[in-house]
Each structure stands twice: as C-alpha cells, then as structure tokens.
Unconditional design. Structure first.
Length: 456
C-alpha cells in the first residue's frame, strides 16, 4: 500500500457545496525531547513531527527490533543457551547465569518488561549465533521497513557511537512490530513471573513503561499535572542511557484510531510527558476512518492466455484513511483504477490496480487492488481469448463431429458397396440372360440347319 503524507491540522471549508482541505503546521508542542513523531499506526500517516530524521542513540527502544525478530524466528517453547557473554552483559538485566535453562518466551518477557540486556544477547545468539550476525539481521530488517537511517550494532541498545536511529525510523519499526499480536501481548503486559529455573529462584518482572500502570508519579502536560498512566495505552518500549537520554515509543488505541508516538533525547520523566502530549494531540485532532472492507469487489480484469479469460479483483486489506477530527466521512470518495489486462499465469493476491481515496480533491491514500484467485496458463486456444472450459466444449464438439463424420463415412461406404454389389449381380444376370439367349438362338439355328439339310 502506498501512503501519501498527511500534513497537520485542518481548516474545514465548505463553500457552495465545494469542499477543500487546508493543512498547516502551525501547532508546536512543548516537548522535552530533541526529536519526536506521531503517526497513525493503521495508515502510517504522519500527524506531527519534530526533528524526526535527526540521528540519536535509541537506547533500549532497540529491543523492539530484537523482540519482533525473535518472534518471527524462534519457537516460544524453545530453550536458549545462556553462555558467558549473555550472563555478563551489563546494564538492566535479570542476572541470567551461564548454563541456566530458560525459554524464549521467558526471555521475551524479560526483554520487554525489565528491558533485560542479558536476555537480548541470549535471544540474538539463539537466532544468529553471534551478536554481530544478529546486528546484520536487524539492519536488513530495518532497510526492508524503510528505516534507512538506522544502524544497529547490538540487540540491546547499550551505548555505541555507531548505534543510532531516528524518531521516524523507530515509528516505522514499531508500527510493523505492533501488527504482530504476540508482540502486542508482550509489550502491553505489566507483570510476569518467571518460575524458578535450574539455577535461579523465581523472578518477578515489572514493565518499565509507566504509561501502563503508574498513577503515583506525575508529569506536567500543557500546564496541567497528570499521572503517567495513560488510558487505552497499548505499550510499547522505553529506553534510557546517560548518552541517549530518555527515549520512549508509546502506543494507544481509541475506537478505530490507533496512534504511535516516539520521543528521543528527552529525560527520564520527560519522555512520558512527551508521549502523553503527542497522543493527546493526535486523539484531539485526528481520527482513523474505515473506507472499505477487505475483499470488497472492485470489478473484473481481462486475462490473456489464461485458463480463464477474466479474473475478479478486490481490496487486499481494509482501506483506512486518516482525517482531521472535524471532517465528515461523507467527504471521502473512492476511485478505482484497474489494469486493462493481466497475462497468465496469474497468482491470487497479484496486484491488478489501485484504489485511491480522496477527501475533496486531496489524495489521502492508495491501496492495492488484487486478484481473488489463481488463473493458470491456458491451452492453445487461450491465445484467441477462449477459456479452457470453452475450449473443452469445442474439443468435445470437434471430436463428436469427427466421430459422426466417420460413422457417416462408414455407412456411406457400406451403402455404396451394397449398391455396387447389386449392380454387379444385375450385370451378371444380364450377361447370363444374354448368354442363354444366344445359346438358344444357336440351338434354334442348328436345329433349323439340320432340318434343312435333311430335306436336301
């Protein structure tokens, strides 16, 4: 799906039934962080940004990437090998011991709740063998997601001058990760218990994200004192080092509107204030609207050289757009642009056009229109636009016609043979009759001859 960036703040104008959206960037939030961004988690639209492409140290927000890669590459019930490198990793940790038996699931809870660096190393080595190889995997995934300014050196975020990211990149990574339900479950968990292992007693883990639970500590938001706990929060990950400062990627969802806020180079408490301010701004000014359902029929596209000469096309996913809070959903209009044709073989889910969503005359988003079934390459007649089903009927008709003509030929030959035989018999009878007649004439002549001789 291709996204068209959505600028900030709307002025809704309705003049003579003509609607025009005017956007401005005149709203400035009083943030502590040196970089920040707010996006619609569903559509990817940028709702607010401040120095969002400036490089900073991401600290433990790094673990968003570590966690999603672990979920995509490991079985939760598998055990990880805890070696010396993992057990001696510094910073926040759960004090894993070399040779300790612990599952991937337990390590993930340690990673997301306690921000355990030793768990991050154990997971990285479980996946890639070495921290260095895992960092390469992290960077490949970042590039795939469009996080092109990010460079990961380790799986935990402990300081390294080369270990950097941006608020924009972290938002992209977080948006991707939050599409995984298991990831959402982990980062929204406040407390988890790791039962006693072969080397350690029971551990009690608590999430470092105050927005999930903290009703005691307070922050200042637009001149008002607020608790850190945020209604409808969905996670996701804190980060802090002395050089990175306070970092936080936070998510919240209200109705169909889900937002992701990122702040970097803030303070320990300032990061929570920043994300609360960003999320408040987002919910106060924007909404996510479902314009079309997944699988909604969009029409038919011709198929060349296919077993079938056409294929149905539908939306690949639910179509959502971000609108300013005051905007009416009735202002949305949809344009469907389908390809003129596809060439077989066609795969289910293959792009066959686009769906464009407009608010007034402004293009808000583009979604792929895709085929709903596979179309295999057709037979010889498909070159003439004839489907295989029709071709089978034609083949059956041709074969039946050939058989019928053959039978008629056989019958004709039999009739002709009978006619020839009759004519031959008739000629034989005629010749026999003529022979007998001549024989009779001969006999009469001989009788007459001998009678005449007798009288002479």
């Amino acid at each position: 799906m291709k996204r068209i960036p959505l600028t900030i703040l709307l002025i809704l104008c309705i003049v003579l039934s003509s609607v025009t959206f005017s956007f401005g960037a005149d709203k400035t939030l009083d943030l502590t962080g040196q970089s920040a961004i707010l996006i619609d988690a569903t559509t990817g639209e940028i709702l607010y940004e401040y120095n969002s492409h400036v490089l900073h140290y991401p600290a433990s927000t790094t673990k968003i990437m570590t966690g999603i890669l672990a979920l995509e590459n490991l079985d939760l019930s598998d055990y990880a090998d805890i070696d010396e490198e993992a057990s001696f990793t510094g910073g926040s940790r759960i004090y894993l011991l070399e040779g300790e038996e612990i599952t991937v699931e337990e390590l993930l809870y340690a990673l997301f709740l306690e921000s355990a660096n030793d768990a991050a190393v154990a997971l990285a080595k479980k996946i890639s063998g070495t921290v260095e190889n895992f960092a390469k995997l992290m960077n490949r995934k970042a590039r795939e997601l469009g996080a092109i300014n990010t460079n990961f050196v380790n799986p935990h975020g402990l300081h390294d001058d080369q270990h950097v990211s941006t608020a924009y990149d972290l938002a992209l990574i977080a948006r991707y990760a939050m599409q995984n339900q298991l990831f959402r479950d982990f980062v929204s968990t406040y407390q988890y218990t790791i039962e006693a292992t072969n080397l350690q007693d029971t551990r009690y883990l608590y999430n470092t994200n105050r927005m999930l639970y903290d009703t005691v500590n307070k922050v200042m938001i637009n001149g008002q004192t607020r608790v850190c706990k945020y209604d409808d929060v969905t996670g996701i990950k804190t980060g802090y080092t002395s050089k990175a400062g306070g970092c936080l990627v936070a998510g919240a969802k209200r109705g169909d509107t889900e937002l992701i806020a990122v702040t970097m180079a803030s303070t320990d408490m300032g990061r929570f204030a920043d994300c609360i301010m960003l999320l408040d701004y987002g919910f106060d000014n924007f909404k996510t609207v479902n314009s079309m359902q997944a699988g909604e029929n969009l029409g038919i596209v011709a198929v060349k050289r296919g077993a079938n000469n056409r294929v149905e096309v539908a939306t690949a996913e639910p179509v959502y757009v971000t609108l300013p809070i005051e905007a009416s959903e009735n202002l949305l209009r949809t344009e469907v642009e389908l390809y003129e044709s596809l060439t077989a073989p066609v795969e289910k889910g293959q792009k066959a056009g686009v769906v464009k969503i407009y608010a007034g005359d402004e293009l808000l988003a583009e979604y792929d229109a895709v085929t709903v079934e596979d179309i295999e390459e057709g037979g010889i007649l498909s070159a003439f636009g004839i489907t295989d089903e029709t071709a089978k009927k034609i083949y059956r008709y041709v074969i039946a016609t050939i058989i019928m003509l053959f039978l008629l030929l056989v019958i004709y030959i039999m009739i002709k043979r009978r006619q020839i035989k009759k004519r031959r018999l008739a000629r034989q009878r005629e010749r026999e009759k003529l022979r007998r007649l001549k024989q009779r004439e001969k006999e009469l002549w001989e009788q007459e001859y001998w009678r005449t001789r007798h009288f002479l």
